[in-house]
Design a protein around this ligand. Structure first.
Ligand code: ADP
Ligand code: 5GP
Length: 203
């Protein structure tokens, strides 16, 4: 069986618009699933266990990690986060064509090392000033959390050079079109079309 699951990583500093762009991508491409990560952080208001994250205690996370359950894992903002290998099986068993990972640059590096066909996209805010405005307008974090996220933003942006594509989320519709264009272009890669080409040659 051909395993042509399209693997897409989206990373960004907090507040750049990754959640907004990811939601739009999943509704435009229903043949993608969102990879549900495990995390030791507490659920935020409105988050659902099993669909936003699998929320687990630190001991449970460490047990799973030591059993080899994760494709990648990392510590982010003091909490542990990981992508379980079971998510790839879930995508395949649902007959999906792609899987989208919302993970940080540390996880992106680990997945790229194991699965080089992955496409890694980094979302940039148009400026740090606008990033701060968006973090405040979201209204989900207190001043201290916002200050911490802003301080971390530059450290995350420093890793942009590792990614295959960089999308600047200034105008939301344009950034959405860029991201969708990347997904479509990746689907037209020769390696993704080999079966179709070979079938024609056999006709
Ligand atoms: P992230 O998931 O990267 O932390 P969000 O998607 O939650 O970011 O976006 C942060 C805030 O910025 C949200 O209030 C969202 O509505 C807003 N936002 C996202 N993209 C844009 C954009 N292009 N222009 C203006 N506001 C945006
Ligand atoms: P949040 O707690 O705001 O949902 O996410 C914080 C950061 O952790 C984000 O940068 C997000 O992309 C990253 N993250 C979420 N899940 C994973 C994961 O499974 N692995 C890694 N490496 N990072 C993750």
């Amino acid at each position: 069986m051909r395993d042509d699951l399209q693997l897409l990583i989206i990373s960004s500093p907090s507040g750049a618009g990754k959640t907004t762009l990811t939601r739009r991508l999943l509704s435009a491409f229903p043949d993608f699933i969102f990879s549900v990560s495990h995390t030791t952080r507490a659920p935020r208001k409105g988050e659902t266990d099993g669909s936003d994250y699998h929320f687990v205690a630190r001991e449970e996370f460490v047990r799973l990690r030591d059993e080899g359950a994760f494709l990648e894992w990392a510590e982010v903002h003091g909490n542990l986060y990981g992508t379980s290998l079971a998510e790839l099986d879930r995508a395949r068993s649902l007959g999906k064509r792609g899987i989208l990972f919302d993970i940080d640059y540390q996880g992106a590096r680990q997945i790229k090392a194991k699965l080089p066909s992955v496409t890694a996209v980094f979302i940039l805010p148009p400026s740090l000033r606008e990033l701060e405005r968006r973090l405040r307008s979201r209204g989900s974090d207190d001043d201290e959390t916002i200050a911490r996220r802003l301080a971390k933003a530059k450290a995350e942006i420093e890793h942009y050079g590792f990614f295959d594509y960089v999308v600047v989320n200034d105008d939301l519709d344009r950034a959405t079109a860029d991201l969708h264009g990347i997904v479509r272009a990746e689907r037209c890669r020769r390696t993704q079309r080999a079966l179709e080409a070979e079938a024609l040659l056999r006709e």
